[in-house]
Structure formats: structure tokens, C-alpha cells
Write a protein that binds this ligand. Structure first.
Ligand code: NAD
Length: 294
């Protein structure tokens, strides 16, 4: 039987509808929710991403401001801007657009964002809280992966789970979430010997590597839940000889969909759900700022 498709785009629409109601309630009782996104330099991709964030934010009733700094901005100038946004009571959420120019350190800057305004969940303090099983604001992509697994209905407790890719923002937080839900988790990475031997044992397989179609059917246990986080832009020739650009995941969708039980597509899986989680984090962050503990 072909895999059931985990339709991230449809789930994202449901979440956005709920967030819209929550934002309206919050705004009526406590005033506007405002997201400030910081973009350093003139990266066209960053500006495009910011524009789509603006549209989606406004759609759910969240105010959005893009704060632009020149490419030449120093680390100190960027930190001063973050301090200003941290101190501004009207700003309830801060996004730092990546990539930053080479002379600026991502982690130092992310560390400076007030953990209560860190709607992307990238501050090391927020990532650390996942280890305590008490997240304040968790990374959006890891939340999206968790939501897709939950929607499959397959129990995580006691399941064999394998997470391929162990980055700080995606793979490791996903690993922590699965552990919190009492799955037995194996973390695979670039130095893993015989990747297929691990992945074939997985009831739940999450792939976050950034290598087009790395995972074929020989890596997948029949009936498994397979969540594809990868986003890869490739150029390839169609059978008719036409050269096309397309976005593919780390999983070979066509062949794996014949063997997996549940599969998230790319595009239309983790991606749209990640943006919905950003909006959900934004309204939750505003609420949590009303009852600060740190
Ligand atoms: P990263 O480059 O920071 O980490 C990649 C990880 O993959 C590392 O742990 C590395 O050890 C591992 N790896 C590399 N080659 C491997 C191999 N051959 N076998 C097994 N493991 C290998 O990447 P990232 O930031 O975690 O992103 C991973 C992918 O997810 C990228 O395609 C990225 O675009 C995508 N992504 C998607 C979203 C979304 O919202 N859908 C968000 C973030 C990242």
C-alpha cells in the first residue's frame, strides 16, 4: 500500500487559523503583537524570506517590521540593535535572518536575543531548556517535525527512532523531543558507518541532512513514518530531455512512498509547518512575557 502523505501545508493552514484567533484575543486584552526581523547586508534570499514572513504575519494579525543593517555592520553594532529590540516593550518577537556576513558570529548574536522574544527558538538558552524537557520556546523546524509525527498517529513511546543529521537547530532538538516522548533514539551523522543498517530498523525516521534524495527505499523499514526535512534546489533533465530546476528533499519521494507507511513531501511537508510554528511561537512568546520567570 502506498504511504499516507503527511500534508504539512494543510496542517499549517489549521494552525494559522488557530493562531489568528489567539492573536485577536491577545491584541484585544494586551495590545498588539509585534515581530521585528533583523537582516544584515543585502542578501536577496534573506529579503525575499522576510517579505513572505511579513505577508504571513499580517495575515494572522501580527505586526511586522524589518530592521536592516548594512553588510559592514560590526558584531558590536548588531548586538546593540538586538539590545534595543530586547528593551522595546512594543516588540514581542525577534527574528535574526541567516546567513549573517562572515565577520559576525551566529551563536554570539543568537545568545543575545531575549529568550522570551526568541520566536525561532535559536537562543542556546532555549535549546538547553529542551534537555530539561521544559521548553520555553523551541526551534520551529523541530516543532514542525514533532507535529508531523504526532499527526501520523504512530506512538512514539517505545518506538525505534532514527534522526539522520544532528545540527544544533534541527537534528539535535528533534532527537531531544523524541527522547522526551520515550522513543529509543539513534542519532546518525556524517561519520555514521553503514547508515542503512540503522535507518532500516527505524519505526520513525527523520532525515535532516541537505543531500538530495540521500534516502532511497533500501534505507526504509516497510510501514515506517518518514519525515523529510531537507530542502535542496537541483537542476535535472526530464525524460523528455527538458532541463528543469526543482526543489527536492533528502528522501527519494517516488520510491520511498511505495514502502513507507507515512511520508512528508518536499515541498509541502515540514517547510510550511515550520512557518506556522514560527507564528504559533510568536503568540506564545507574547503570552509568556506576561508571566516571566527569568
Ligand atoms: P547542517 O548542514 O547544519 O547539518 C547537516 C547534518 O547532516 C550534520 O549533522 C552532518 O553530520 C549530517 N550529514 C552530512 N552528510 C551526511 C551523510 N552523508 N549521511 C548522514 N549524515 C550526514 O544542516 P541543517 O541546517 O540541519 O539542515 C539540513 C537540511 O534541512 C537542509 O537541506 C536544510 O535546507 C533543511 N532545513 C529545512 C528547514 C525547513 O523548514 N523545512 C529548516 C532548516 C533546515
Amino acid at each position: 500500500m502506498p504511504a499516507q502523505i503527511l500534508d504539512g501545508a494543510a496542517y499549517a493552514a489549521e494552525i494559522r487559523a488557530a493562531v489568528t484567533r489567539q492573536v485577536a484575543w491577545y491584541t484585544a486584552h494586551h495590545g498588539p503583537i509585534k515581530l521585528s526581523a533583523v537582516l544584515v547586508g543585502s542578501d536577496a534570499g534573506g529579503r525575499l524570506y522576510a517579505e513572505s514572513q511579513r505577508k504571513l504575519s499580517i495575515k494572522v494579525g501580527v505586526q511586522y517590521e524589518l530592521v536592516e543593517l548594512p553588510e559592514s555592520a560590526t558584531q558590536a553594532e548588531l548586538l546593540a540593535e538586538i539590545d534595543r529590540l530586547n528593551a522595546d516593550p512594543e516588540v514581542t518577537g525577534i527574528i535574526l535572518q541567516l546567513p549573517l556576513p562572515g565577520h559576525i558570529e551566529d551563536a554570539v548574536t543568537q545568545y543575545r536575543i531575549d529568550p522570551y522574544k526568541d520566536v525561532e527558538g535559536v537562543n542556546p538558552a532555549n535549546i538547553g531548556l529542551l534537555f530539561y524537557g521544559e521548553p520555553l520556546i523551541a526551534p520551529c523546524t523541530a516543532l514542525a517535525v514533532t507535529e508531523l509525527i504526532r499527526r501520523s498517529g504512530v506512538p512514539q513511546r517505545g518506538a525505534e527512532a532514527v534522526v539522520v543529521g544532528q545540527s544544533r537547530i534541527v537534528g539535535r532538538p528533534v532527537t531531544m523531543f523524541l527522547l522526551t516522548h520515550l522513543a529509543t533514539v539513534t542519532g546518525c551523522h556524517v561519520a555514521t558507518r553503514d547508515l542503512a543498517a540503522h535507518t532500516r530498523a527505524a519505526d520513525i525516521l527523520v532525515v535532516a541532512v541537505g543531500k538530495p534524495r540521500l534516502i532511497g527505499p533500501e534505507y526504509v523499514k516497510p510501514g515506517a513514518v518518514v519525515i523529510d526535512v531537507g530542502i535542496n534546489r537541483i537542476t535535472e533533465e526530464t525524460p523528455a530531455g527538458k532541463v528543469v530546476r526543482r526543489t527536492v528533499g533528502d528522501v527519494d519521494f517516488g520510491s520511498v512512498s511505495k514502502i513507507a507507511g507515512y511520508l512528508s513531501p518536499v515541498p509541502g511537508g515540514v517547510g510550511p509547518l515550520t512557518v506556522a510554528m514560527l507564528l504559533r511561537n510568536t503568540v506564545e512568546a507574547a503570552h509568556k512575557q506576561l508571566h516571566r520567570r527569568m
